[in-house]
Design a binder for this molecule. Structure first.
Ligand code: BMA
Length: 370
C-alpha cells in the first residue's frame, strides 16, 4: 500500500508546486511566467551580471551602436540591463540621466532579442512639490494614496509608465517582460518615499496601489515586481515596509562600497545576503543585489578579491552594477564597471571567466522566456 501511494503522492505534490509557482500577477504573460520560473531555476547555476544604462553610454562614449563598456572589456554583454524612467512622468523625451526614451525602447528590445533580462527603476519627481525624487517633503506618500490630493496626478503618471511598458514588444508582438522596482532604497531617507517621510503603512499602501493600478486598471501583465531596500541590519528592518507576498516577486537591496575597507564591505555584503536568502526562502521570492558599486573601482583586484568574496558563496539571481556616467556636471564622476583601459580590466575578465558569473552568452542559452 505504501508503494502504491507514493507515486500518487509525488505526482500530486509536483503538480501542486508547479501550478502554484506563479509570479504575483496571476495573469502575467507567458513570457513573464517563464522568466519568473527560469530566474528561480538559474539561481542554482550562477549569478547573472547586470549593468545600468549599459548600451546607451560608457565612460568615454555615448550612443555608439552595439557598444557596451562590459563588452569592450569582457567580450560579452551583461545578462541583465537596467534602465530608468525618471522624467517620463513629466512628458520629457529624455530621462533624468539624458537617455532619450525612444532610444531606451530600442536598447530594451536589443537586449531582449539577445536573450537578456530587463530591469527598470523610477526616480520619479515629487508629485507634491514638482521637484525631484530627492525632495523629501513630508506627506508626499500620503498625498498619492486614494483620497490624497495628488492621487489623480500619480495615476496620470502611472498611465504614462503603463503605456511605456505596453509599448515594449518582441519580434512576434509579445510583450517584453520587465523587472520593475518601484520605491527602491525605501529604508533610506533621501527619496520622498523614504523611511523618515512616511509610515510603513503608507509605503505599503503606495506599493500595493501602484501594483494594483498597473496590473488591474491598466492591464499591464509583463512585469515582475522587485521590492528593494538599501543596506539593512536585520530581517525585521528589511521587512518593515514589505507590502506582502502577493505584491512582490523579487527581493533585494542596494549596496555601495564607500571606503577602502574591503574586508568590511565583504562582511557587510555577506551578512546581508545571508539574511536576504533566508527571507527569500521563507517567502518563496527571488533574491537579488538590485544595485551595487564602488565608484571608480580604485582597486585593481576588486572584482575577484572583494566583490566575488562577498557574493560568491550565495545563491542569488542577479547583481546590477550602477551606471558608467563618467564625468558629470558639477565635477562628479561615476563609473561602476571597468571600461577599456581601466585598472581593474584584467581582474574583471577573471571575474567574467568564473563559471558561476553569467553574462549574455550564458543567459542566451537558458532561453528564459520559453
Ligand atoms: C544616482 C546617480 C545619479 C542618477 C540617479 C538616477 O545614483 O547615478 O546621477 O541621476 O542615480 O539614475
Amino acid at each position: 500500500m505504501r508503494l502504491l501511494c507514493l507515486p500518487f503522492f509525488f505526482c500530486v505534490f509536483c503538480t501542486h508546486t508547479y501550478s502554484q509557482d506563479f509570479p504575483s500577477d496571476k495573469n502575467a504573460t507567458k513570457e513573464t511566467i517563464h522568466l519568473y520560473r527560469n530566474l528561480k531555476r538559474i539561481i542554482n547555476k550562477g549569478i547573472l551580471f547586470g549593468h545600468q544604462d549599459d548600451l546607451a553610454y560608457g565612460v568615454t562614449w555615448k550612443y555608439e551602436k552595439g557598444r557596451s563598456d562590459v563588452k569592450d572589456v569582457a567580450g560579452d554583454y551583461p545578462a541583465v540591463y537596467g534602465w530608468e524612467l525618471g522624467r517620463l512622468e513629466s512628458d520629457h523625451p529624455v530621462n533624468l540621466d539624458s537617455v532619450p526614451f525612444d532610444k531606451m525602447k530600442q536598447f530594451i528590445k536589443d537586449g531582449y532579442n539577445r536573450g537578456g533580462i530587463i530591469t527598470i527603476s523610477w526616480h520619479l519627481n515629487n508629485p507634491l512639490t514638482g521637484k525631484t525624487a530627492w525632495d523629501p517633503a513630508p506627506g508626499t506618500v500620503a498625498s498619492i494614496l486614494p483620497g490624497g490630493n495628488k492621487n489623480e496626478l500619480y495615476k496620470s503618471w502611472l498611465d504614462k509608465v503603463a503605456a511605456f511598458f505596453l509599448s515594449l514588444k518582441g519580434k512576434s508582438g509579445e510583450l517584453i517582460p520587465v523587472i520593475f522596482r518601484p520605491f527602491h532604497e525605501l529604508n533610506g531617507s533621501w527619496f520622498w518615499w523614504g523611511k523618515n517621510h512616511c509610515t510603513p503603512d503608507e509605503l505599503k499602501k503606495a506599493y500595493q496601489f501602484t501594483v494594483t493600478y498597473l496590473r488591474d486598471h491598466k492591464n499591464v501583465h509583463n512585469l515582475l515586481y522587485a521590492f528593494n531596500t538599501d543596506r539593512f541590519t536585520s530581517g525585521e528592518e528589511f521587512l518593515e515596509r514589505y507590502p506582502g507576498n502577493e505584491w512582490v516577486d523579487i527581493i533585494g537591496f542596494d549596496i555601495y562600497q564607500r571606503s577602502n575597507d574591503n574586508a568590511a564591505f565583504i562582511g557587510d555584503i555577506d551578512r546581508m545576503l545571508t539574511m536576504l536568502e533566508k527571507i527569500a526562502a521563507q517567502k518563496s521570492k527571488i533574491p537579488a543585489l538590485t544595485e551595487f558599486g564602488y565608484n571608480s573601482i580604485p582597486d585593481s583586484n576588486w572584482w575577484t578579491q572583494t566583490f566575488w568574496k562577498g557574493i560568491g558563496n550565495h545563491h542569488i539571481s542577479f547583481v546590477l552594477g550602477w551606471r558608467n556616467a563618467g564625468g558629470k556636471a558639477g565635477g562628479n564622476f561615476e563609473c561602476y564597471v571597468p571600461y577599456k583601459g581601466h585598472a581593474s580590466e584584467k581582474d574583471f575578465v577573471e571575474f567574467y571567466k568564473n563559471e558561476r558569473t553569467l553574462f549574455e552568452k550564458d543567459i542566451a542559452k537558458e532561453k528564459v522566456y520559453q
